[in-house]
Ligand binder design. Structure first.
Ligand SMILES: [Zn+2]
Length: 337
């Protein structure tokens, strides 16, 4: 079921993206967090907090255990009609959509606190550096294997166009179209090739939300855009990667944003839009599958900067047994060191 909707946002009009196809498996739909409102673009690849990620992982494992038990019981009853399930591959599969061959990014800092240097600290300059020197890094290359209908994910030549600051009151990320609306307001001319990625860093605290960040997609002024939403994560233990400022020189708030930034941009590049490109049977994208795992303490970007960022899933690494284990013990993560 597709329900592309027009969203009237002040004088600007943005086309909301389509909701998930009704044929999506319920599992995948749950993981991919269908929209809060019927006309909203779906939240993709939410970067769940450590606690929420663990809860979902345990749920999945319990369900698998239950299925294995059911299979054994069925076999014992010699129920020939229903063959036993073969254990599913943890790998991601391709769903027919585009990937991002390159990225043209511009960060949006939204909320009145961004005008306060005591709040902003090193976050704005730090994230500008992050995006600039992410290009050409081994970390970016960890998503290179994925192809889509428009080519292959590329990790070099990613272009960062700096940032804009909007000190009006930020929305809390619960409604994706509100974030898309902000992107359309602050980015009057998105990348005309549709390679624009616009992460929105708010000054809103997470509260009881189970996620630290998410990414989604839509159109602004008729041009497809990718975008992300980020809470203010300073001092938020559920979204803290455990960076050592003596090694990286980053404030805790910047380090927390940098880690979820790596998760979301890797997913936007490999699974940008409806009908989606690369995700697993549970709807998990390459960032989700390796969330909260750090095989190497720090990855190095092309300017020599060190960042504590989670690994990303690689089907090739899983198949070739060259990856490290995620929290479910599946060895398909690349640390991008
Ligand atoms: Zn994710």
């Amino acid at each position: 079921m597709k329900n592309t909707a027009l969203l009237a946002l002040g004088v600007l009009a943005c086309t909301g993206a389509a909701a998930f196809d009704a044929s999506d498996k319920p599992d995948a739909r749950a993981m991919r967090e269908s929209q809060d409102q019927a006309d909203d673009p779906p939240r993709l690849g939410s970067h769940f907090t450590r606690e929420e990620h663990e809860r979902r992982r345990e749920d999945l494992e319990h369900r698998r255990e239950r299925e294995t038990l059911e299979d054994a019981e069925r076999e014992a009853r010699r129920d020939a009609k229903r063959p036993a399930r073969t254990p599913p591959s943890p790998n991601m599969t391709y769903h027919g959509g585009k990937i991002m061959t390159t990225v043209v990014s511009k960060a949006i800092f939204w909320g009145p606190k961004w005008a306060d240097p005591a709040f902003a600290k090193d976050k704005i300059t730090g994230l500008d550096n992050w995006y600039t020197y992410h290009s050409g890094s081994n970390y970016a290359a960890a998503s290179n294997e994925y192809t889509g209908s428009n080519g292959k994910v590329g990790s070099t030549g990613l272009l960062h166009l700096g940032h804009v600051i909007d000190t009006t009151k930020a929305s809390n990320g619960a409604i994706t179209s509100a974030i898309l609306g902000e992107v359309c307001r602050m980015i009057p001319t998105p990348d005309p090739q549709g390679n624009g990625y616009y992460p929105v860093y708010t000054d809103v605290r997470r509260g009881r939300a189970g996620y630290c960040a998410w990414h989604s997609y839509g159109t602004c002024h008729g041009i497809p855009v990718q975008f992300g939403f980020f809470f203010d994560l300073e001092g938020d233990s559920g979204c803290d990667p455990g960076d050592n400022p003596a090694i990286t020189g980053h404030s805790q708030g910047l380090a927390a944003l940098a880690n979820v930034t790596g998760h979301e941009i890797a997913e936007a590049r490999s699974d940008p839009a409806n009908p989606g490109a690369w995700y697993d049977p549970q709807g998990a994208e390459n960032g989700d599958k390796c969330a909260w795992t750090f095989n190497t303490p720090y990855v190095t970007f092309s300017d020599g900067g060190k960042w504590r960022i989670q690994g990303e899933w690689s089907n090739a690494a899983y198949n070739n047994k060259t990856g490290y284990a995620n929290l479910s013990g599946q060895k398909g993560c690349l640390d991008g060191h």
